[in-house]
Ligand binder design. Structure first.
Ligand SMILES: *Cc1c(COP(=O)(O)O)cnc(C)c1O
Ligand code: SF4
Length: 349
């Protein structure tokens, strides 16, 4: 197989060749270290001028630009409205204060059972495995989550697991974040073994964008680590647009599927990114071709700085109606929104 050289000028020296046996951990760590962190570098790579729509330094400090070369390589050169670019480019629109938007749009803070552990829905417990992400999505609902106090650290680990062990109702542990696959294989193995040692837990779920935005994170060992405990592994990838898939993503997803990881997708309906029936139906079809079932299509969670992505409910419903008209039922994700205090994510139809 010929080496894949990503065109990011910052990392032209990193040879991301995937050997027959798959990626080593050093590949994704090198790629993370070389991720784009400046709008100028990213726009330059795409052949675009510095944009008048860009956010100022204040926004950048609070929630910096971050995007991997793998994700950037799928953006269309010279297109300022590329749907992948718009997911990561900090715009001055983020400074708008909008009524109804806040720091904790989904009620995470009131769901904290002990630091690092959220309890919101029956039978499921969610661990904030880490605050780190491979890319910073501008629409993120946890962009102001207090990770310093609220993520699982080594010292909080025992307490959070003891809490799950005491509650026999918990059949599923969800690893979230941040992105739980930012933990390396060693840390994940330890975490999974500790969870698998709790007899009443039978399912393990990971919510992660890394198969999409950093496919080299699917190391040769990772599929077996996920499938290697008695827990049934489920992975929810977060893809929003069909252009997010390429050959490398395809390989990563195949490795997971072949190991027996159940693959689901959830997307957020985002203005300018995927708010049209072509993008959404093509996303569903592409997911299915990659062994991933569409699960949720979320209305935007109203986090500060994200109002420019919002699609009003009425428009979302009209779009959803069109989507249902052109896809088989099993490729139609559930259209949901999160309502603080509701016992599940609420279906719009
Ligand atoms: C979304 C979410 C879940 C999972 O909900 P499902 O409907 O099972 O996908 C669990 N816990 C928390 C805190 C969540 O936000
Ligand atoms: S990967 Fe998830 S948690 Fe991280 S910035 Fe994107 S939406 Fe937020």
């Amino acid at each position: 197989m010929s080496p894949i050289i990503i065109e990011n000028p910052l990392i032209t020296k990193v040879n991301r060749e995937q050997s027959v046996s798959g990626y080593q951990e050093s590949a994704w760590k090198a790629e993370m270290a070389a991720a784009f962190s400046s709008a100028g570098d990213l726009l330059g790579y795409l052949g675009l001028p510095l944009d008048h729509r860009l956010a100022n330094e204040g926004v950048m400090r609070q929630f910096p630009l971050r995007v991997t070369a793998a994700f950037a390589s799928r953006m269309k050169k010279g297109d300022p409205d590329d749907p992948l670019l718009l997911q990561v480019l900090p715009l001055s629109d983020e400074l708008l204060e909008t009524v109804g938007y806040g720091a904790d749009p989904v009620g995470d803070l009131q769901a904290i059972a002990v630091p690092g552990l959220l309890y919101k829905y029956h039978g499921r417990a969610l661990l904030i495995a880490t605050g780190a992400c491979a890319i910073n999505c501008r629409y993120c609902f946890r962009r102001e989550f207090p990770y310093a106090d609220g993520q699982l650290t080594r010292s909080r680990f025992a307490e959070a697991l003891a809490h799950i062990a005491r509650d026999a109702n918990i059949a599923e542990v969800i690893l979230s974040g941040g992105d739980p696959l930012m933990l390396d294989d060693g840390r994940l193995t330890g975490l999974l073994e500790a969870i698998a040692a709790i007899p009443h837990v039978s399912r393990l779920r990971l919510h992660t964008r890394l198969p999409i935005v950093l496919p080299s994170r699917i190391t040769k060992d990772l599929p077996q680590i996920l499938a290697g405990t008695r827990l049934k592994p489920v992975m929810v990838i977060h893809a929003n647009h069909p252009n997010e898939f390429d050959a490398e993503v395809s390989q990563a997803l195949s490795a997971l599927e072949n190991a027996g990881v159940a693959l689901l997708n959830q997307s957020v309906l985002l203005k300018g990114v995927n708010d049209n029936v072509d993008a959404l139906s093509s996303l569903s079809v592409t997911l299915f071709e990659h062994g991933v079932m569409p699960y949720y299509l979320h209305l935007l969670d109203k986090a500060n700085g994200t109002a420019h992505f919002d699609i009003p409910e009425k428009a979302a419903l009209a779009l959803y109606e069109k989507l249902r008209s052109c896809l088989p039922g099993y490729l139609v994700p559930k259209l949901v929104r999160e309502i603080v205090g509701a016992p599940y994510k609420v279906n719009l139809v």
